[in-house]
Design a protein around this ligand. Structure first.
Ligand code: SF4
Length: 746
C-alpha cells in the first residue's frame, strides 16, 4: 500500500544466489530506496547479505541496458526492437540454411536459473531452431554432480543434501557456505546453521586447503593439498570398509556395485595417500571414527571439489561414503527432497535433461542436454558442417567465467553473429553484434527458481510468489517475451510447435492491450499461475496472499530408496562402468601429484561482497583495497619466492600469466595460493565503474579444449592449478598491472 509520501513496502525474494532470501523492499516514488531482510519470512527468517541488500545500487546505474543496441564499427548504437529482431532473425535463417541448425549455439549462465520462465523459453527457442548446441555455466562449477547423479540415481537433478536439522557429524569438503552460501540446497544464514549443529552436540569438520570463514566456525579444520580430494575420499572409503562401517543390509536391499567399490578402495590405504593429501593416516582414521560414531552423518561438497580436476570421481566417492554407511535417505544423514512434482520421474519419462547427444569436437556426452563450455572456442574455430557461427548468450558472462577466456575472446571475434541478453553491458556484451536489454529480477513476477520448486532442494521446504516490485525502464523486456519474438523472427516456432507459438503470441497481444504504454510482454503471472495449478499448488494470487512464503511438508527419511530412484532397475548404481573406467587413471594421477612435490597450487577465494563478475560496477563494492583482486600466499611461501605484502607478483600457469598485488594469508596451507575470480573488466566498454578496476581474470590461467577438460562431465579445471609465482619482472609500478596473455591459440 502506498503512503501519501509515495512510500510503499513490498515483500519479495532475492534472486542472486541459492539462499533466495526473503526481502522487504521500500519504494519511494516507484524506485527502490531500501532493502531489508524479511524478518517474517517462513524459511529465511530475517537473513540477507550485503549483495542482496544493495542490489538496487548495482542496477540503478547509468550503465543499465535500457534499449536494444547494435554494434556499428567499434561502438554500440541504439536501434529499435523491430530492427534488432528482424536483423537477428534474418542472419539466423541464413546461417541455418547455409550450414546447420547446430551452427546456432546458446550459452546459458547462472542468472538464467534464478527465474522460472527464462530457462524454459531459452530452451524452447533452441528446440524450435532444431539446435543441440547448448552450453551452460554448469561445466565451470557443478556439471560433475549432474553427470554422477545421473549414473548413480538415474537423473542428474537427484541431488541428496545433508539434513542440517538433525545431522550429528557434518563434513564440508571444498565449500565455504558462510561466504558463498550452500549449493544445491537452499539455506539461509549458513553460519547460524553451523552453530546450531554444534550447540546440540554435533561436529562440523571442514576439509579445505584454506582455513575459510566456514572453517573458523567449525569444530575442526583439516588442511588438505588442493586437488587431492579424490585421494582423501578413496582412503576414507578404504577405512570405512576396513573398519566395518558399511551398512551391508541396506546396501544389499537398495544398491548395486558394492564389490567393485570395495575392490577399488582396497588399494588406497591412508598410509598411501597421506603423502599427497598431507592428511596423516592417523588423522584420517580419526575422521572415519567420528563419522561412524555419529547418529547421522553426512558429507557435503561444492566448487572446491567440483572444479579440482577429478570432480566426477571425487563426487562419486563422496556419494559412496553417504550411501555405503547407511546415511543416504536417513534422518540426520542426506535426504532427497521432493519438489511440487516428481521431477526425476517426469524427466526420465519425457527425455528431459537426459539426452545422450555427442559433441562434434571431442565427442563429449551432453550433461543436462548441454555441452561443455570448455570446448566452445573449438566448436567456433574448427571448420565443418556444424561449426558454430552464431551464439546467443543469456544470463551469463562467459568472457570472465570460462577457462582460457583470452582464447574465447578471439573465438567470439570470429562469430558471424553474437547476441547478448543481459541487464548490464558486460565484457561479453562489449563484443556482441546485438545487445538486448532484459528486465532485472525486481522487474518481473516470479517463483523461487527451478531447484526449490521442482526438486525440493530446500532445508525448509516452502513456496513463495512475488510480483514485479518496480516497472521496467526504457524498452527493457523479459527474456521469455524476447525468445518468443526471436522465435518468430527466426522462422522457428518455440518448442518446435506452431500451436504453442501462436497461443503465446495471442496471450502476449491480450496482455499488452491491458497494459497500454508498457513494453509488450507475455502475461508472466498467468503463466506462473498455470505452472502452479498443473502441479496442484493453487494459483499465483493465492500464493501472493502469503507474502512471507507458504511452508510445504518437511522432508522425510526413507522416502527415496526403493521409491524414487530412477535407474532402470530402481537401485542405486554404486559402480557405474564409466566411473570405474575413469578410475583406472587414478594411479597415474597419483604419481603425477607426487611428482609435483611442493609446486604451488592455485585455488579460488570469494569475498562476501562479490558474486562471480556481478558486483564490481558500483563504487561501494570496489572502493579502496576492494578495487582489485589479490594473490594470497602463506607467509612462508611469500618469503620463499621473495614477495611481501603490496608487491606485484607474476603468476604463471601452463596456459597464461597474470600480474597481481600480493597479500600474505596465514590461513592458507603452505603450497597453496589463492586468487579470487570474477575480475578483469578492463575491456568492458559499457561498465563505467568496473572497467576502471584493476583486478585480473584468474580464469585465463585455466586451460580449455577437449584434451584439457574432464572427460566424464566436461568440467573445466578451475582450481588446484599448478602455478609458478615470482616477483613481477620489470618495473614494479602498482598502477600498471594487467593480465598478460600467453594463451595457446595457434
Ligand atoms: S545470501 Fe545475499 S545474495 Fe544470496 S539470496 Fe540472500 S541476500 Fe541474496
Amino acid at each position: 500500500m502506498a503512503s501519501a509520501q509515495g512510500r510503499e513496502i513490498r515483500h519479495t525474494f532475492c534472486r542472486i544466489c541459492e539462499a533466495l532470501c526473503g526481502l522487504e523492499v521500500t519504494l519511494e516514488q516507484g524506485r527502490v530506496a531500501e532493502i531489508r531482510p524479511d524478518a517474517a519470512h517462513v524459511a529465511t527468517r530475517g537473513f540477507g547479505c550485503v549483495k542482496g541488500l544493495k542490489q538496487h545500487k548495482l542496477l540503478d546505474s547509468p550503465d543499465r541496458l535500457r534499449y536494444p543496441l547494435k554494434r556499428v564499427g567499434s561502438r554500440h548504437e541504439r536501434i529499435s526492437w523491430d530492427q534488432a529482431l528482424a536483423e537477428i532473425g534474418a542472419k539466423v535463417r541464413e546461417i541455418r540454411a547455409r550450414l546447420s541448425p547446430d551452427s546456432i549455439a546458446m550459452y546459458v549462465g547462472t542468472a538464467a536459473g534464478f527465474g522460472v520462465l527464462h530457462p524454459v523459453f531459452a530452451q524452447g527457442f533452441m528446440t524450435g531452431l532444431g539446435s543441440k548446441s547448448m552450453y551452460a555455466s554448469a561445466t565451470q562449477d557443478c556439471a560433475n554432480k549432474f553427470a554422477v547423479a545421473r549414473h548413480l540415481y538415474g537423473f542428474p537433478f537427484t541431488q541428496p543434501f545433508p539434513d542440517l536439522d538433525h545431522v550429528e557429524c557434518l563434513f564440508i569438503l571444498g565449500a565455504n557456505p558462510v561466504v558463498s552460501k550452500w549449493s544445491f540446497l537452499q539455506v539461509s544464514n549458513p553460519g547460524q546453521r553451523l552453530k546450531e549443529i554444534q550447540e546440540r552436540g554435533g561436529r562440523v569438520i571442514v576439509v579445505d586447503p584454506r582455513r575459510t570463514e566456514t572453517a573458523k566456525l567449525a569444530s575442526e579444520w583439516v588442511p588438505i593439498r588442493p586437488g587431492t580430494d579424490v585421494f582423501f575420499l578413496l582412503s576414507f572409503l578404504h577405512e570405512l570398509v576396513a573398519s566395518g562401517g558399511v551398512d551391508r543390509a541396506r546396501v544389499a536391499e537398495h544398491m548395486t556395485g558394492l564389490a567393485e567399490v570395495e575392490k577399488l578402495v582396497s588399494a588406497w590405504p591412508p598410509e598411501r595417500t597421506e603423502s599427497v593429501t598431507r592428511i596423516p593416516a592417523a588423522t584420517l582414521r580419526g575422521l572415519v571414527h567420528a563419522y561412524r560414531a555419529a547418529n547421522g552423518a553426512a558429507f557435503y561438497c561444492s566448487t572446491g571439489l567440483n572444479m579440482g580436476g577429478h570432480g566426477s570421481l571425487a563426487f562419486w566417492l563422496h556419494e559412496c561414503v553417504n550411501a555405503l554407511s547407511g546415511n543416504l535417505d536417513r534422518r540426520g544423514g542426506t535426504l532427497v527432497g521432493r519438489g511440487v512434482i516428481d521431477f526425476a520421474k517426469f524427466g526420465v519419462k519425457n527425455g528431459l535433461l537426459v539426452r545422450d547427444d555427442r559433441s562434434r569436437v571431442g565427442d563429449f556426452g551432453s550433461v543436462n542436454d548441454a555441452f561443455p563450455g570448455g570446448i566452445l572456442a573449438d566448436e567456433i574455430l574448427t571448420p565443418g558442417e556444424k561449426q558454430v557461427r552464431a551464439l546467443f548468450v543469456t544470463g551469463g558472462n562467459p568472457l570472465i567465467t570460462m577457462p582460457n577466456a583470452n582464447r574465447l575472446r578471439r573465438a567470439f571475434g570470429d562469430l558471424e553473429l553474437l547476441v547478448v541478453l543481459d541487464v548490464l553491458p558486460t565484457e561479453t556484451a562489449s563484443l556482441a553484434h546485438y545487445v538486448l536489454p532484459c528486465t532485472a529480477p525486481f522487474q518481473r513476477p516470479d517463483l523461487p527458481f527451478v531447484f526449490p520448486l521442482m526438486l525440493g532442494l530446500q532445508a525448509r521446504p516452502y513456496l513463495q510468489a512475488t510480483r514485479a516490485v518496480v516497472t521496467p525502464e526504457g524498452e527493457q523486456r523479459d527474456e521469455a517475451t524476447i525468445y518468443l519474438d526471436l522465435a518468430r523472427a527466426c522462422g522457428s516456432p518455440l518448442f518446435g510447435s506452431r500451436v504453442a507459438q501462436r497461443a503465446l503470441e495471442i496471450a502476449r497481444a491480450w496482455h499488452s492491450r491491458r497494459s497500454p504504454g508498457a513494453e509488450p510482454s507475455l502475461p508472466q503471472e498467468a503463466l506462473l499461475s498455470l505452472l502452479l495449478r498443473v502441479t496442484g499448488q493453487g494459483g499465483f494470487r493465492a500464493l501472493l496472499s502469503q507474502p512471507h512464503g507458504r511452508l510445504r511438508p518437511e522432508h522425510e527419511e526413507s522416502d527415496f530408496l526403493g521409491a524414487r530412484v530412477t535407474t532402470p532397475d530402481g537401485r542405486v548404481q554404486l559402480a557405474p562402468a564409466p566411473l570405474l573406467e575413469a578410475a583406472r587413471g587414478l594411479d597415474a594421477a597419483f604419481e603425477a601429484e607426487r611428482a609435483r612435490g611442493d609446486q604451488l597450487k592455485l585455488i579460488t577465494k570469494r569475498h562476501v561482497k562479490t558474486h562471480n563478475s556481478w558486483t564490481h560496477n558500483h563504487e561501494e563494492f570496489v572502493t579502496g583495497e576492494g578495487g582489485t583482486n589479490y594473490l594470497y600466499l602463506h607467509p612462508d611461501d611469500a618469503a620463499r619466492v621473495g614477495l611481501a605484502d603490496g608487491e606485484l607478483a607474476d603468476v604463471r600457469s601452463a596456459t597464461a600469466s597474470v600480474r597481481v598485488p600480493v597479500k600474505t594469508l596465514p590461513d592458507l596451507t603452505p603450497g597453496t595460493v589463492a586468487l579470487p575470480h570474477g575480475w578483469g573488466h578492463q575491456m568492458a566498454t559499457g561498465l563505467s565503474v568496473a572497467s576502471r578496476t584493476r583486478g585480473v581474470n584468474v580464469n585465463i590461467l585455466a586451460a580449455d579444449g577437449p584434451d584439457r577438460i574432464e572427460r566424464l562431465s566436461g568440467m573445466a579445471h578451475l582450481t588446484g592449478i599448478p602455478v609458478d609465482v615470482r616477483p613481477a619482472a620489470g618495473p614494479q609500478d602498482p598502477r600498471s598491472w594487467s593480465g598478460l596473455s600467453e594463451d595457446r591459440l595457434e
